[in-house]
Design a protein around this ligand. Structure first.
Ligand code: PMP
Length: 423
């Protein structure tokens, strides 16, 4: 409608790039969301979209789950913000320690970026070293300790994409970027640079790239051998793939783990969990030579904590993990079939409720394989899918327990239609 177009234009003017850099220069593709329910989003004109992006991943119960509405309404009655310990915060820490294999102690923050930032800061404080190893293409948040090596960048772009037009953050020389799924490169670097590296940070499943057998275990061994803190960034995989996240499924235990997104089903909550012998250095009464400063006005925010309890209750009681795993299998099989029928070469990857398609005939093991896949094609298809009522979930997405097979089938039909339109 004209009213919606006017709102989008106002946003273009007032909110450069939109809330999460989503405003594109392509006019006519944007809309303004008014509400969500179950697997759907509605725009201000009342048009309905199937949502496989679920708020960038957090909403594993879907939108406005009745149990979440009830819990948060009750939570608001108890007051909004205290900045103190509460019984519910302590109970949540207990639950995370119970579920996440490597968790002995917990610190809460509000966003995934804070969780990775403070995990890295703690590793530096404890080891007294400054360098960090990360993997090419991994995203650990929007702070300068984890600059993004942009996997969607052109092949000839500089590998360290700081996100700010050629300006490298001051710490960039301390960030070593190696290829995901290459444990030999890690061992070689650590062997050649003794005493230099504080931490190795890895997404156990880097987006939807999955580890080759033995990769994560080899990282664990290299870190032990060279005194490096192993950090799993489970902001995407934590709580979502299993109560204990990818470390439970893969059987490899990191020293520290960053959790975020799905742990609170849509409210801003994140956590750093890990071994007590490391985590104790967040305590400001600890040894000042190894102290890591961690703070945050909204840490352990009450509504977010309540939302986390509700998310865990519902997903466990309703056998959500089994459903998400089955629906994930179904979705990946459907996508592989749809692309094959359309004569499109694609690799469909992911685990559990994560799915991602890469348009290449080679196996996709690292960011260079991603860069070699056909991305231009993706964008056109993305726009067509929007026309078909699919919200931004191309070529990757997340499933929630609000989704069922009929929604996945509708997604497949929309892709077939969109491909037909492009041909
Ligand atoms: N780590 C990973 C693996 C992520 O995917 C993200 C967010 N996309 C972050 C960290 C940062 O989380 P946030 O956006 O909540 O700061």
């Amino acid at each position: 409608s004209a009213a919606q177009t006017a709102l989008v234009d106002k946003a273009r003017d007032l909110i450069p790039g939109g809330t999460v850099n989503a405003i594109t220069p392509v006019k006519g593709t944007e809309f303004v969301v008014s509400r969500g329910e179950g697997p759907y989003l509605y725009d201000v004109d009342g048009r309905r979209y199937l949502d496989f992006l679920i708020g960038g991943g957090p909403l594993i119960l879907g939108h406005a789950h009745p149990r979440m509405v009830e819990a948060l309404t009750e939570s608001v009655r108890k007051g909004t913000h205290h900045m103190e310990l509460t019984d519910r915060t302590i109970a949540l820490a207990e639950r995370l320690v119970k579920y996440v294999p490597s968790a002995e102690a917990v610190r809460f923050s509000s966003t995934g970026s804070e969780a990775t930032f403070h995990a890295l800061r703690l590793a530096r404080a404890v080891t007294g070293r400054s360098a960090i190893i990360k993997f090419d293409g991994a995203y650990h948040g929007h702070h300068d300790l984890a600059t993004w090596s942009y996997e969607d960048a052109p092949l000839d772009a500089p590998i360290q994409y700081a996100g700010s037009a050629g300006i490298q953050p001051g710490v960039a020389e301390d960030i070593i970027v190696l290829p995901y799924n290459d444990a030999t490169a890690v061992e070689e670097y650590l062997g050649a640079n003794p005493g230099k590296v504080a931490a190795l940070i890895v997404e156990p499943y880097q987006r939807a790239l999955t580890p080759v057998p033995g990769f994560l275990a080899a990282l664990r061994e290299s870190c032990d051998r060279h005194g490096v803190v192993l950090i799993f960034d489970e902001v995407v995989t934590g709580i979502r793939t299993a109560p204990g996240g990818a470390q439970e499924l893969e059987g490899v235990t990191p020293d520290l783990t960053a959790l975020g997104k799905a742990i609170s089903g849509g409210l801003p909550l994140s956590a750093i969990v890990g071994k007590k012998e490391l985590m104790k250095h967040f305590d400001h009464h600890s040894d000042p030579t190894q102290f890591a400063f961690h703070c945050g006005t909204f840490n352990g925010n009450l509504h977010a904590v309540e939302a986390a309890h509700t998310t865990l209750d519902v997903v466990i009681e309703e056998k959500g993990y089994q459903r998400l795993a089955e629906l994930g299998e179904y979705t990946r099989a459907m996508l592989a079939r749809v692309y094959a029928d359309a004569g499109i070469t694609a690799q469909v990857t992911g685990r559990g409720p994560l799915f991602h398609a890469y348009f290449t005939d080679k196996p996709v093991l690292n960011a260079n394989d991603v860069r070699s896949s056909n991305l231009v094609f993706n964008r056109d298809l993305h726009l067509k899918l929007r026309e078909a009522g699919i919200y931004k979930s191309f070529p990757k997405g997340y499933l929630s327990i609000a989704h069922d097979e009929s929604h996945v089938d509708a997604y497949g039909e929309a892709i077939s239609w969109a491909v037909g339109q492009l041909a």
